[in-house]
Design a protein around this ligand. Structure first.
Ligand code: OGA
Ligand code: MN
Length: 202
């Protein structure tokens, strides 16, 4: 994992984002796909909204994904492996980039075929505690024609990444605008944020 962690730290330091493959092995991805939540699909998930608490609203024309938050105390073993690895990554980034990340929050995500998430930033307000966005994809055999790319907006260009199984994308939540292009096939991921505050005091 050291090489992978190093690549993430370098990417964040030099470009503000990093893309690495095999953050989860194909076997680790399969174990997560076996979970009832993903097998039962949308029945156990909630429609994702935009904005926090009072401002929370569902807007189909902005985002069409469904989510379910993970609880690290009760998470099944296959998910715990991922959450523990994120925790190791937090410790690594704190040391190598002098960050003061304290915790993470992660949800399971399903984009049904035909859905997308329009261009946005993950941090809406200055007092947001989300520092890094971290997404790990769970889709075997994802091809260009399936769409669903994560598009990131850099200064003079955009870059698109396919949501292939085991790939992790990490970027500065307050700086990098991004969108999820229309997916023609169901698109699964674990979506999370590294925070500069513990989740239990939020
Ligand atoms: C998000 C998001 C990107 C992706 O959930 O805020 O931008 O590739 N996800 O799933
Ligand atoms: Mn986002």
């Amino acid at each position: 994992m050291d090489l992978v962690f190093n690549a993430i730290a370098d990417g964040l330091a030099e470009e503000g984002y990093a893309v690495v493959d095999q953050f989860l092995s194909q076997e680790e991805v399969n174990a997560i796909l076996e979970l009832d939540e993903f097998r039962n699909g949308l029945t156990q998930f909630k429609k994702a909204g935009i904005g926090k608490s009072q401002q929370h609203q569902i807007n189909e024309s902005i985002r069409g994904d469904y989510i379910q938050w993970l609880d690290k105390n009760t998470a099944p073993a296959s998910v715990k492996i991922y959450l523990d690895r994120l925790n190791d990554l937090i410790l690594f980034l704190n040391q190598s980039l002098y960050l003061s990340l304290k915790d993470s929050e992660v949800h399971m995500t399903i984009y049904p075929a035909g859905s997308f998430y329009k261009r946005h930033l993950d941090q809406f307000k200055k007092d947001d505690h989300r520092k890094l966005s971290v997404i790990c994809y769970l889709n075997h055999d994802w091809k260009e024609e399936h769409g669903g790319q994560l598009r990131i907006y850099l200064k003079d260009e955009t870059k698109d990444f396919l949501p292939v199984a085991g790939r992790l994308i990490c970027f500065r939540s307050d700086q990098l605008e991004h969108e999820v292009l229309l997916a023609n096939r169901e698109r699964l991921s674990l979506t999370g944020w590294m925070l500069d505050q513990h989740t239990d005091i939020r």
